[in-house]
Design a protein around this ligand. Structure first.
Ligand code: OGA
Ligand code: NI
Length: 329
């Protein structure tokens, strides 16, 4: 784990990105700020605002979303405690396993041994389905209780946003309610302070290969979204969730919604922790542009495919979603 040695090293060569991928200017443009949506607004306004944000940015923040603030703060606190646990408590989670139900704690990515450049982060991943709770960490003591409560809220919030989006683009009510959001996956990222944030990244530019991602962060910046060729910082707002449109939702919307390309920059002074809840289709569910958004003038951008076929391509294409979709075009 990078968290076990970051403190006594300068940045190793294997963490240095090629010049065109480096963070560049770490200052964030003032104009062009990421939309913040107040979920207590009227439904008509919400449909309009969420649709606009999802078409222009693919990423927005939500406030007044109804998730109790104590669930959010306890979740962050549980992950701080988790990442501070002594190595021996985390050792069983870092063992390689193929079992999709199990927790995986890795540094950089699952592909560490083959990747050319490593990412400045550690990440804990696991499914949130109740059947998998027996594999979740036992420590800290309240992990299971707190994370289960938060994942239920995250899914509820995600489905609410998807309903608003369906109304906005004209997909039938309930389209995403079952198979297409069956697998909720958690990823907890830990980015330790970095000796040279200008040369490396916590996560390079990517689309999330899912339907929707609901992200919880604290007061430390790091997340950026690409908008019209420019990187924009996502300003941390207390008690807000960041929501981004996943690549698969872009496909289902037949490009009416825009998947967000985003990345994470590091900083030299603070630990940053973020928790993402990824709403994923079941592996065998059929993904295709929704019939209701396909017209003679807006033909389907691809044929139907199984979500797991896409994910196999996604992994073999080293996380490049556009290349992963290519065989279905
Ligand atoms: C991710 C991601 C953003 C962040 O885990 O896919 O984009 O702020 N995380 O950590
Ligand atoms: Ni992401």
């Amino acid at each position: 784990l990078v968290s076990s040695w970051y403190n006594d090293q300068s940045l190793p060569e294997s963490y240095i990105f090629p010049p065109h991928e480096r963070p560049g200017k770490l200052l964030v443009p003032r104009c062009n700020t990421v939309p913040v949506i107040d979920l207590s607004d009227t439904r008509t306004n919400l449909v309009h605002q969420i649709l606009k944000a999802s078409q222009e940015f693919g990423l927005f923040q939500v406030v007044n979303h109804g998730v109790p603030p104590n669930i959010m703060s306890e979740t962050m606190s549980v992950f701080h405690k988790f990442f501070e646990l002594p190595a021996e408590d985390k050792a069983s989670l870092t063992v390689y396993t193929n079992d999709p139900k199990r927790c995986k704690l890795v540094t950089s990515t699952l592909d560490y041994d083959r990747e050319k450049i490593h990412l400045w982060r550690d990440v804990l991943r696991h499914p949130c389905h109740p059947d998998c709770i027996e594999f979740w960490p036992r420590k800290p003591l309240r992990y299971r209780e707190v994370v289960a409560a938060c994942s239920i809220e995250a899914k509820k919030l995600g489905l609410q946003i998807l309903e608003l989006l369906c109304e906005g683009i004209g997909i039938e009510h309930g389209y995403f309610e079952h198979e297409l959001t069956e697998d909720l996956l958690l990823g907890a990222n830990h980015y330790p302070p970095c000796p040279d944030p200008s040369l490396t990244l916590g996560i390079p530019k990517h689309f999330d290969p899912d339907i929707l991602t609901i992200l919880l962060q604290e007061h430390i910046s790091g997340l950026q979204v690409l908008k019209d060729g420019e990187w924009i910082g996502v300003r941390p707002i207390p008690n807000a969730f960041v929501v981004n449109i996943g690549y698969i939702l872009q496909v289902i919307s037949n490009n009416k919604l825009k998947g967000a390309e985003h990345r994470v920059v590091t900083n030299s002074s603070d630990h940053r922790i973020s928790v993402v809840f990824c709403m994923n289709p079941a592996g065998n569910s059929n993904i295709e542009p929704a019939k209701s958004v396909v017209t003679a003038t807006n033909p389907p951008l691809c044929r139907g495919f199984q979500f797991k076929e896409f994910m196999d391509n996604f992994y073999s294409m080293e996380g490049d979603a556009d290349l992963a979709l290519q065989p279905f075009k």
